[in-house]
Design a binder for this molecule. Structure first.
Ligand code: EPZ
Length: 422
């Protein structure tokens, strides 16, 4: 087990290059299984979650290899197993998406229910309801979803909530279904846009990219392609906030500013100086900053995946900030750890009230989930003294080389073996 050690107080200055998006890569890697033949995916980040999804698709019979540092070659030709086992799906819930290509290609699937995680129960009822409408018979037994179909057929599906995963699962399933599928109240995150662009390049007939109503006309076959994954907007946002919390100046390259509009507007309200070009942000945090209120919403609202990082900034920003988490039921696990560092945060159900304090103090803290780990790093960067963040396997799921990227910006941060097991 590793830990991250930070000696805080350094102003971050310089340039950073954003890695490919984990949450775009995962559904696209699954989408490859709709075709036979070699697909090449560029800009794939080296992350634990990517390793996990590759383990799952190899288990199902696909071939998947990195042909250079960030380019994957995947061949879905030999899809010969329809079971996605619990030990793999439980570590990473996006593995549940494999149910779609298994049904489309083999007409059957037995996929473990993903189970909950630190931030919530995270059921898959919207996925199951939509798949049933596409002509799938589904039983849930002993923690597995057992599904079979005589042939997927188009349907008109309304999602009770714009679920990212359910939207992705149903789009993938509908591509080879007979007839038209309409998904209403669909999620429209940039990662879904990337999935739709990828599937369309393969020959899928999909309209409504970036919208909440998606039309998919089923086709008989999809072809292997070469595709480049979009940059990671959550990593981009984490570095934007890092410039604010350390009162530094960071140029964030290989970004798509249009994917971070809600955060950009919030950071301008805080008082940060932000300029941007086609593929970069220039962010300065050396002005007078003031506390703002945050309410997380489905895209294009303020992203839930940036809530913890934004809260870290609010802990040392003068004034009171009300943080409303509307997407997940338990996404305040970082609060107790931030309070151990001297923050003043009170949680009341889905709401946290943050009272800005003059400074944080370094302390040993525990990472609880991926984005909470990002928040603890940001807090450690600004805290006086030494912060030790344990259980960084959470961090390694979704941030590529994060401590190296921060140290190149002037942070005193390093990874160490964690010898004490508690
Ligand atoms: C995706 O998770 C992301 N993960 C999450 O990022 C992100 O926080 C989330 O979307 C929201 O933007 C990936 O893309 C791999 P949802 P997903 O289905 O698809 C409830 C990260 O840090 N719900 O939009 O699981 C659910 O419980 C991760 O990178 C149901 O009730 O999110 C949650 O409260 C964390 N039933 C809400 O909807 C369902 O069938 C949003 O979930 C599905 C979801």
């Amino acid at each position: 087990m590793d830990k991250i050690v930070i000696n805080g107080g350094k102003k971050l200055e310089g340039e950073v290059s954003i890695s490919g998006s984990k949450n775009a890569a995962l559904p696209i890697i699954v989408g490859v299984l709709l075709s036979s033949g070699k697909t090449r995916l560029e800009n794939i980040p080296h992350l634990k979650d990517i390793d996990t999804i590759l383990e799952v698709i190899r288990y199902l019979g696909a071939k998947a290899d990195f042909i250079d540092r960030h380019t994957l070659e995947i061949d879905g030709k030999n899809l010969d197993k329809e079971i996605a086992p619990y030990n793999l799906v439980k570590t990473m819930r996006a593995s549940f998406l494999v149910i779609a290509p298994l049904l489309a290609r083999l007409g059957k699937a037995k996929v473990s229910l993903p189970g909950g995680c630190a931030i919530g129960a995270r059921p898959v009822n919207f996925h199951i309801k939509g798949l049933k409408q596409l002509g799938v018979d589904i039983e849930v037994e002993e923690g597995y979803v057992i599904a079979k179909t005589k042939g997927l057929r188009g349907a008109k599906i309304y999602l009770d909530f714009p679920s990212v995963g359910a939207t992705e699962n149903l789009i993938i399933a509908a591509c080879l279904a007979k007839g038209e599928t309409i998904i209403e109240n669909a999620a429209c995150e940039p990662e879904i846009e990337d999935l739709i662009n990828f599937l369309s390049l393969m020959g899928a007939k999909i309209e409504g990219v970036g919208k909440n109503v998606i039309h998919i006309q089923g086709v008989n076959k999809l072809n292997p392609v070469n595709y480049k994954i979009i940059p990671d907007r959550i990593e981009t946002g984490t570095f934007m906030i890092a410039a604010g919390i350390t009162k530094g100046r960071i140029k964030i390259n290989n970004a798509v500013p249009g994917h971070n509009e809600a955060l950009e507007k919030k950071l301008l309200e805080v008082g940060m100086d932000i300029s941007k070009g086609k593929d970069y942000f220039l962010v300065k945090g050396d002005g007078i900053l003031k506390a703002v209120d945050i309410k997380t919403m489905p895209y294009p609202g303020f992203p839930t995946d940036i809530q913890a990082q934004m809260m870290a900034l609010m802990t040392v920003t003068p004034g009171k900030s009300v943080v409303n988490e509307t997407v997940f039921e338990n996404r305040f696990m970082h609060v107790s750890e931030l309070n151990r560092m001297g923050a003043k945060i009170e949680v009341n159900g889905h709401q946290a009230i943050v009272e800005g304090v003059p400074y944080l103090s370094g302390a040993p803290v525990l990472a609880s989930d991926l984005r909470a780990s990002g928040a603890l790093i940001l807090a450690g960067l600004v805290a006086k003294g030494r912060t030790e963040i344990k259980r960084v396997y959470h961090l390694d799921r979704g941030y590529e080389n994060i401590e190296k990227k921060f140290s190149l910006l002037g942070a005193e941060i390093r990874r160490e073996k964690d010898i004490d097991l508690f």
